[in-house]
Design a binder for this molecule. Structure first.
Ligand SMILES: [Zn+2]
Length: 628
């Protein structure tokens, strides 16, 4: 292949080239003196961010400026270096030459002559304009900007030691929100200057700006920053806002303390800005549909997002897996503890959504039934343990996969949650309701109110904390659920919680909402496939009747039992299959060919539910109930 052959040639040539030259002297910036990053973000129409960066220079030679590569929250090498363009480096009125390090393409090497005390770097960041170019971050009425996109940092120091003054110039009439604190200095045009922070904090403090904006005080120094495509998107009712206040109250009751001095939910309610859910220490980027408030009943699925991202301030930002806490954005991250970082956040995000009332108890139970059933039938669990999926951010980059149920995809999120449900229910059972994962949360994620340092941990620390809550062989317990290949998902919590997993012909509320919101029909638990409203197969479960019939994603189902395809026609065919010997006869279209495919299935429509087992302790209800 062309790309890999070229890569090989470059790598094999470099040692010779290097040995033929004298190693260049390394230039350095003045340590302890702040750099300045000024961004002109007015060209929203074309998505061009103009940056001027000023660095204090201590010594001449080759200055290595890095573009953030390994991004917190992405847990992977995800910096969009190819979109950083138009380099223009100057000092003392002279243009300086630059080149890229071919062995580290995120490094720009600038020749700094003697006698230079200040270097000016000008460049442009080009925001993706179409979805296939990356997440779209500019829209007619809003933009989102991460400082990792629009800045370079000098190599040679931990990023927490680099101080940065920053400013952004916004389109006229637009307002920004972020965790950064404006200085309040007046300036011509719509420029916001920010108080200096470390480069680490700057990168952890993205901003959203827009013309339709409303800020809502949720109490306890937590704010909802709402940006809409249209002014009407901001029309939240008092009751809806109260549920978000209850989220804050319930989270603080759970963890006991805050690991922020202030916190901003940066909520983009948009059809045009790319979707996002990204955690930061004192803020989060929360992308939801424009009718998040105005079509409340339809948007229940989106109400798990803010609780999840909020929990990350404690789990992920304050407490962080030791192998994930790197000194800069160049050193590779390792993701071995994401089953805590994301798994327990998935757990608490779901529980807090229910405890706050953002979703009802029944909606939460339907969500849990759905993930229990779907993870239990993932064939990939026969070869791949959860721990191996913690490598997925680095190796798969969330690229669409042909057979996700066999490949597994970041299963440490949801199966991590299922494992933590097992922990919680075991604690409640063994201690007769006196202890639960709430006690672990206070112990492990608590500490001092307002302390927003990073506190790293290893797996042993997790086991120790569990043993402090209740002595048990947690090491083996976790190994069985995280490290071992397990033919079934961790589902002990269902019985211990006072429920059983059942299947019937009625989609539960979670599946029904998914079918409506994603415009598809979900036959995962019967035929083992889901189908878009246009008849195109979107997913086939490995090992399912649909898989055995050799159906694939991308195939369009044209006809079912001699009738034109619709979701209702398919449902009737599945119902009729019960008690019949005949297969379900499909006419399908793929790659310019039309063919007939028979699915051998006689089980009728099936959808999962959690059904209360009368006379047993309702521990799951206790977990989902708001803290007093
Ligand atoms: Zn997360």
């Amino acid at each position: 292949m062309f790309a890999s052959a070229l890569g090989l040639a470059a790598a094999s040539l470099t040692p010779n080239a290097a040995s033929a030259q004298q190693p260049a002297t390394e230039a350095d910036v003045v340590h302890g003196q702040a750099i300045q990053v000024d961004v002109d973000a007015r060209d929203v129409q074309r998505g061009i961010f103009h940056v001027t960066e000023t660095l204090p220079i201590a010594s001449s030679g080759v200055l290595r400026l890095r573009y953030p590569e390994w991004l917190p929250g992405k847990h992977s090498s995800a910096g969009k270096i190819a979109n950083l363009t138009g380099f223009d480096f100057t000092a003392n009125g002279q243009t300086l030459s630059w080149k890229r390090d071919p062995l580290d393409v995120f490094s720009i090497l600038v020749d700094v002559p003697a006698g230079v005390s200040s270097l000016t770097a000008k460049f442009m960041y080009l925001a993706p304009l179409e979805r296939d170019q990356g997440r779209v971050t500019v829209a007619p009425a809003m933009l989102s900007m991460g400082w990792h996109e629009v800045s370079l940092y000098p190599a040679g120091q931990p990023v927490r030691d680099i101080q940065v003054y920053s400013s952004v110039r916004l389109p006229a009439g637009w307002t920004q929100a972020s965790a950064l604190e404006p200085t309040g200095d007046a300036d011509a045009g719509n420029v916001v200057h920010f108080k200096p922070v470390s480069y680490e904090t700057l990168v952890d403090s993205p901003l959203v700006a827009g013309s339709n904006y409303k800020r809502v005080d949720l109490g306890s120094d937590v704010y909802l920053d709402l940006f809409g495509d249209e002014p009407g998107n901001l029309d939240a009712t008092d009751k809806q806002l109260q549920l978000h206040r209850d989220l804050v109250t319930q989270a603080l009751k759970l963890f006991g303390v805050r690991h922020f001095d202030h916190y901003d939910f940066l909520v983009s309610m948009s059809d045009y800005l790319g979707g996002i859910g990204l955690e930061h220490h004192r803020s989060s980027e929360d992308g939801v549909p424009p009718d998040y408030f105005t079509d409340w009943d339809k948007r229940a699925l989106n109400r798990y997002l803010l609780p999840h991202e909020f929990v990350h301030s404690w789990n992920g930002k304050h407490r962080r897996g030791a192998d994930l806490a790197t000194p800069d954005f160049h050193e590779p991250m390792q993701d071995s503890l994401l089953w805590v970082y994301e798994g327990q956040t998935q757990f608490w995000g779901s529980i807090l959504a229910a405890r706050s009332g953002l979703v009802t108890k029944d909606q939460a139970l339907d969500m849990l039934a759905t993930v229990a059933a779907s993870y239990d039938q993932k064939a990939g669990r026969k070869w791949r343990p959860v721990i191996d999926t913690t490598n997925d951010p680095i190796m798969a980059h969330r690229n669409p996969a042909p057979w996700p149920s066999w490949q597994r995809s970041e299963d440490y999120y949801v199966e991590g949650m299922l494992a933590w449900l097992d922990v919680d229910m075991l604690l409640r059972e063994k201690t007769k309701g006196k202890k639960s994962l709430d006690d672990f949360a206070k112990l492990f994620f608590g500490g001092t109110d307002g302390d927003w340092s990073v506190s790293t941990y290893r797996r042993e620390d997790v086991v120790d904390a569990l043993n402090t809550v209740y002595p048990y062989d947690w090491s083996t317990f976790l190994k069985q659920r995280i490290d071992d290949i397990a033919p079934h998902a961790p589902l002990d919590w269902i019985g211990q919680g006072g429920y059983r997993l059942t299947f019937d012909k009625e989609p539960n509320s979670y599946i029904a909402a998914r079918q409506t919101n994603y415009k598809m029909a979900d036959f995962s638990y019967s035929l083992g496939l889901s189908i878009g409203n246009n008849g195109e197969v979107s997913q086939v479960y490995w090992g399912s009747p649909a898989f055995d019939a050799k159906l694939t994603p991308g195939t369009t189902i044209v006809g079912v039992n001699g009738r034109e395809y619709s979701a209702d026609v398919m449902k009737t065919a599945i119902d009729d299959s019960e008690g019949s010997d005949a297969p379900i006869a499909l006419t399908v279209k793929r790659a310019g060919r039309v063919s007939n495919v028979d699915i051998t299935y006689h089980g009728g429509q099936l959808y999962p539910h959690l059904e209360r087992v009368k006379g047993t302790p309702a521990r799951l209800d206790d977990l989902l109930a708001p803290l007093k």
